[in-house]
Write a protein that binds this ligand. Structure first.
Ligand SMILES: [Zn+2]
Length: 112
């Protein structure tokens, strides 16, 4: 398998990266890749990308996450916080938090 660097057209050589952050927050270990000897740009084969995708999905499935339904209290929407998270973050009634909408799918909560 021969791959060329997209920038300088040099033949990239096969390497194994000890760690590689495939997507934000998901770091894989021992990742096969090709590296340009000149500019060090990384190039991946379709198979290598498919492999990283599979490995990243397996990791993401085990990340700390809870599924919660939105309920209603009066005129407000409410999301219940699981007890494990309450304990872990030392949350209690009256404690101030800040909400940061990241995009239309994600919301970050920070204890003030
Ligand atoms: Zn290059």
């Amino acid at each position: 398998m021969k791959l060329k660097c997209l920038k300088c057209k040099e033949h990239a050589r096969k390497i194994v990266l000890p760690t590689y952050e495939y997507v934000k927050g998901v770091t894989l270990q021992n990742v096969a890749a090709f590296e340009c000897p000149k500019c060090r740009e990384l190039v991946f084969t379709e198979k290598q990308v498919g492999d990283m995708e599979k490995r990243a999905d397996a990791i993401k499935a085990h990340l700390f996450a809870f599924v919660r339904k939105i309920t209603v209290s009066g005129r407000s929407l409410v999301i219940n916080i699981p007890e494990d998270v309450v304990r872990h973050m030392r949350l209690s009634k009256g404690k101030k938090t800040k909400l940061f909408p990241i995009d239309d799918k994600r919301l970050l909560l920070e204890v003030a």
